[in-house]
Design a protein around this ligand. Sequence first.
Ligand code: NAD
Ligand code: WQD
Length: 337
Amino acid sequence: MSVLITGGAGYIGSHTIVELLNIGTDVVVIDNLSNSSLESLSRVKSITAQQVTFYEGDILDKALLRKIFSENNIEAAIHFAGLKAVGESVEQPLKYYTNNVTGTIVLCEVMAEFGIKNLVFSSSATVYGDPASLPILESFPASATNPYGQSKLVVEYILADLHHSDPSWNIACLRYFNPVGAHDSGLIGEDPNDIPNNLMPFISQVAIGKREKLMVFGDDYATPDGTGVRDYIHVVDLAVGHLKALDKLKTNCGLVTYNLGTGQGYSVLEMVKAFEKASNKKIKYDIVARRPGDIGACYADPKKAKIELNWAATHNLDDMVNSSWKWQSQNPKGYSD
Ligand code: NAD
Ligand code: WQD
């Protein structure tokens, strides 16, 4: 039996595949390589000495999905494939809704055709919008401030309706907080195509000399040092969370939703300081205006995942920044090195 990984050549997918292969699970990947390269999967092979079955193509391609389900004995899917750039989603909302929403619908239609009704979905803490209080519980009201976030929320609603219409579906929506870090080997990590949108890859690129300085978006939030606070979660912890979610699906859990975060928030300046220590480099920065749409602070209450999945983050901030720096310094140009 295999697990289908959509978007498996990407950042979180590749780390999850390593953990799956390490426990002896067969993996089938579909990825259109729109935001990744095949090199990530060849690195996965170097780490695990195991191979995945790879299909290059789009989840919107129903015929290809049918072929994949016909050719493999798939028992569940982990659905990472999606576009994730918030700014781009504001410019090109239809691209985001088509890829993220229609893509998920096509995947679910083909899964249903083949009677495979076990799904783990990559959701996001972005579905909490600007929370009224902290830490954030799964029961908090959902909202979104941009088309990317809206696409995640709409998919969550669609999956809830799907489960309601056919309770034999088992679906885990995992709401990731801020994934950072890289595999211990330094062989796989986050490799943004363009100018990084996210804090951690931006800081890494300043440390390696690719960018001159970081723009810190605002120092007037109601946080201890005025800069934004987030719940950064090591990508390997996140990967392990997916294995726990697959175990949960096997208990016929129905539709479940979990926060995957550490419960601990760090500010932008704390991240800068931690990265300086890890890299032994000075990170130059300027304080600039707030980024539109940003919130002051966001961190999870991760207790539900602890109780129901037996999952908790084990990597601390040093592990996150040290592994990021190892990946960045060993691969200054990412996978194109
Ligand atoms: P990523 O871009 O590295 O990986 C996504 C992968 O999906 C890429 O390899 C891309 O080529 C592929 N893909 C995109 N659209 C596709 C399509 N239509 N058909 C086939 N393949 C397609 O991103 P990631 O950081 O690994 O994120 C994985 C998932 O987790 C995404 O759904 C993202 O929205 C979600 N998520 C990410 C974060 C984060 O900060 N990284 C936070 C919360 C949620
Ligand atoms: C973190 C903090 C910024 C860059 C985004 C998406 C969210 C989710 C994760 C997918 C904030 C500050 C950042 C920079 C900065 N993705 N910052 N200078 O905004 O919490 O979440 O990624 O689901 O949907 O919105 O993450 O890494 O962009 O920012 O000062 O160059 O760093 O203001 O306080 P964010 P981030």
